[in-house]
Design a protein around this ligand. Structure first.
Ligand code: 3NM
Length: 236
């Protein structure tokens, strides 16, 4: 087979795989848990985020052994299910599969999205982290439900973050990935949320702005962001 025909068939195969993924409506606000920042279990964080109105949460845990993370995620999923919150597991497709969580969020060095899709099936939500325009362009052809791009602004919640891409980088990514759902991450707060959405993000992911400070105020903080996002006048 010629090189061209081979590449052509590969492209068609990728498009067909992407077509089997059902379009999915994701909320504008995408909270991510952080046990060290809050001093709370992931289950407790889900409860407080859901009290404030969150309907979709990523469970992120970079410090526990896989067995401990599994048990934390199991407890968190019970709370999420009881409250109608969709739960995505960061990095670990195996834990998402074992628990039948709603999906997985993968980084550039995790299991490739195609492999995670084979493992979790068409109905799972699979997200993929990107940090450059080139990575985002490549990700638009993968069998994922959304692309995350970041850090858009300075962040203190991630160890060794990639260089900040800024609003210009975000605009370029938006232009490159067609209609793929785009989540902006890194340093998003009240003062830049409007510009972030205007630059082309469909959703905003946050840790610090929702979870830093008094844990008793998590629900109120998330409710305030939801209010901003629902009140279009604030954003236009
Ligand atoms: N991923 P905050 S930035 C988890 O660039 C994470 O992919 C990033 O936290 C990326 O809202 C980041 O506190 C941290 O800045 C986001």
């Amino acid at each position: 087979m010629s090189w061209w025909k081979c590449r052509h068939e590969e492209t068609i195969a990728k498009r067909l795989i992407r077509l089997t993924i059902l379009p999915l409506k994701l909320p504008k606000l995408y909270p991510i848990t952080d046990a060290r920042l809050t001093g709370l279990s992931h289950a407790e964080q889900i409860a407080r985020l859901s009290d404030g109105g969150a309907t979709f949460v990523q469970l992120r845990e970079k410090h526990l052994a896989p067995g401990e993370f599994y048990r934390e995620a199991e407890a968190a999923l019970k709370i999420a299910r009881a409250r109608g919150v969709r739960l995505i597991i960061n990095d670990r497709a195996d834990i998402a599969l074992a628990l039948r969580a709603d999906g997985v969020h993968l980084g550039q060095d995790d299991l490739p999205p195609e492999a995670a899709r084979r493992l979790l099936g068409d109905s799972a939500i699979i997200g993929f982290s990107t940090h450059t325009v080139e990575q985002a362009r490549a990700a638009a052809h993968l069998p994922v439900n959304y692309i995350a791009i970041g850090p858009v602004f300075q962040t203190s919640s991630k160890e060794n973050p990639d260089p900040v891409i800024g609003l210009d980088g975000l605009r370029r990514v938006r232009a490159e990935i067609g209609g793929m759902h785009l989540i902006a991450i890194g340093g998003i707060a009240h003062l830049n949320i409007r510009d972030t959405l205007q630059a082309g993000a469909d959703s905003v992911a946050m840790i610090d702005s929702l979870l830093a400070g008094n844990p008793l105020e998590i629900a109120a903080r998330i409710a305030a962001f939801l209010d901003t996002l629902e009140n279009k006048e604030n954003l236009s």
